[in-house]
Design a protein around this ligand. Structure first.
Ligand code: T5A
Ligand code: NA
Length: 212
């Protein structure tokens, strides 16, 4: 009798971008197209660590957490989910991440007090995505979209800085990056996101998962 083969691993696909760039919209459209796939959103506000992050973002923590403390909590929120992410990937499930370590670095560096190296270090050892799709949107267009302005980082000046740091992140962080103009229609953005995703799915079929 032939030994059953383990399933091919799932792919790890990341959608990144500024606030209101359309990440969640595109994640759910991708999920509909990829069989056996799941969306994981960071921060995951449902855990106890995620609850602390939610309090910070909605300005409910008083006094507010320091820049270091909130930065490390965002990273801890990724590490606490890691066992379930790895289990899903090895069972053949594709994961679509709505933000990941790149938001972690960009938002914290943009605040001004923490260095790039400090900000990336707690995420070292997490899995490297098979493809990273950056939805690029000028902050003034983002500000016109529904819901903008409610949370701590949703201010024009901060978003401009985050967009600058994301440029450095794309230069410095390994992995296959695709920048998509997110000011196009939802359907057009989806087609561009899909082209990059097909590449990532192919890459994942032929390569082992690596680490950051
Ligand atoms: N953060 C996060 C850190 O500081 N460190 C970290 O490590 C991490 C992981 C979390 C905050 O925390 C920071 C970054 C953030 O400031 P969140 O929970 O991801 O924020 O924020 P959300 O409010 O869920 O999501 P965003 O604001 O980022 O929005 P999305 O998901 O980019 O946008 P989406 O899809 O919800 O769309 C927004 C609106 O635009 C419309 C949609 O219909 C919706 O109304 N829209 C479009 N309109 C026109 N054209 C298009 N192509 C459109 N696409 C969507
Ligand atoms: Na979102």
């Amino acid at each position: 009798m032939a030994t059953p083969q383990p399933p091919t691993r799932g792919a790890l696909i990341v959608i990144e971008g500024l606030d209101r760039a359309g990440k969640s919209t595109q994640c759910s459209r991708l999920q509909q197209r990829i069989p056996n796939s799941r969306i994981i959103k960071f921060p995951d506000r449902s855990t106890p660590i995620g609850q602390l992050i939610n309090n910070y973002l909605t300005s409910a923590s008083s006094p507010p957490l320091t820049d270091q403390a909130i930065h490390l909590l965002f990273s801890a929120n990724r590490w606490e989910l890691l066992p379930s992410l790895l289990a899903a990937l090895s069972a053949g499930e594709t994961l679509i991440l709505d933000r990941y370590i790149y938001s972690g670095i960009s938002f914290s560096v943009a605040k001004g007090a923490l260095s790039y190296e400090y900000c990336r270090s707690p995420d070292v050892g997490l899995p490297l995505p098979d493809g990273i799709i950056f939805l690029d949107l000028p902050p003034d267009v983002a500000a016109e979209r529904a819901g903008f302005g409610g949370e701590r980082y949703e201010k024009r000046e901060m978003q401009e800085k985050v967009r600058e740091v994301f440029k450095t992140v794309r230069e410095r962080e390994q992995g296959e990056w695709t920048v998509v103009d997110a000011s196009a229609s939802v359907e057009e953005v989806t087609e561009r996101v899909w082209a990059a995703t097909e590449k990532a799915l192919r890459w994942a079929r032929e390569n082992e998962l690596r680490e950051i």
